[in-house]
Design a protein around this ligand. Structure first.
Ligand SMILES: [Zn+2]
Length: 281
């Protein structure tokens, strides 16, 4: 007879392994940027459950207009996993941002302890985007609001990587705290932004874009956060391919592969980084 350690595992042993696996707590993950207010309630419930199963402990849902900022705050009040950002997206501004709009954003930010950043703001210099001066002035006003509130700015930059850095520098963004959302720049852009005090947020383009993978090799893990930028991708016929917060685990896996570290290390570091970036202690 074989000694016990060499015998085939019995049913009790297999059952206890399965039980341990079922109770395994996945490492904590955070999704630093989403638009959850754009989903209907039923879709949202399913997504939040899948996110929690994947180990997601925090999802930041940011506003793009006054109305969507209000809904983001409402969602944050309703769901433990959800935190909110309030702001006006550079593509959603219709003219120079006025005092009245900033007063509403300020009131919304102060209305809930779960508002953790001023977002979404930034510069979007595609050909059909709103006037660049309106966008820049709006970004500056958002940074100043964040400074006054003691909250971070989570910002968007599209076709404006060279233009946004001087604005951030002039506004002394390091004193305010900031996250560069959906980063797709090169290592130099990342290094400059980190030098100004920003964190770099990586999303699913990292899974396929080799230039971004190269940049990530140079970005220190302690300055990275992760996101999905989830919004309803109804144009994707196959619902299983629509991005949702649980997919932040795929981004973490890719970072782990590029950096040659364990998934759990990326999950834990990026969770700690987001809390630090948002000054959550
Ligand atoms: Zn966004």
């Amino acid at each position: 007879m074989l000694p016990p350690v060499l015998q085939a595992p019995g049913p009790d042993y297999l059952r206890s392994l399965r039980a341990a696996a079922a109770h395994r707590v996945p490492p904590p993950l955070c999704d630093s940027h989403t638009h959850l207010d754009q989903f209907d309630d039923a879709t949202l419930e399913g997504m939040l459950a899948r996110a929690a199963d994947a180990g997601v402990v925090m999802i930041v849902s940011v506003g793009t207009t006054l109305e969507s900022s209000r809904r983001a705050v409402e969602l944050a009040e309703r769901h433990a996993l959800v935190y909110a950002g309030v702001g006006l997206h550079p593509q959603d501004i219709k003219g120079p941002v006025g005092d009245a709009e900033m007063v509403v954003l300020r009131r919304l930010a102060l209305s809930s302890a779960k508002v953790v950043c001023v977002s979404e703001t930034g510069l979007d210099f595609q050909a059909a985007s709103p006037d660049r001066r309106w966008q820049e002035e709006s970004l500056r006003r958002h940074v100043r609001l964040a400074r006054e509130l003691g909250k971070a700015v989570d910002f968007h930059a599209r076709e404006a990587y060279e233009d946004i850095l001087p604005v951030l520098r002039e506004e002394r963004i390091g004193e305010v705290g900031a996250i560069w959302h959906y980063f797709q720049g090169d290592a130099r852009h990342a290094a400059e932004a980190i030098g100004l005090g920003c964190y770099i947020s990586l999303a699913k383009p990292l899974l396929r874009e080799t230039a971004l993978q190269e940049a990530v090799r140079e970005i220190p893990l302690e300055r990275m956060v992760l996101e999905t930028d989830s919004y309803p991708q109804l144009f994707k016929k196959n619902a299983a391919r629509r991005t949702e917060p649980a997919h932040v685990a795929q981004v973490a896996e890719k970072v782990a592969e590029i950096k040659g570290v364990a998934f759990a290390e990326v999950a834990e570091a990026t969770t700690a980084n987001l809390r630090r970036a948002l000054r959550m202690g």
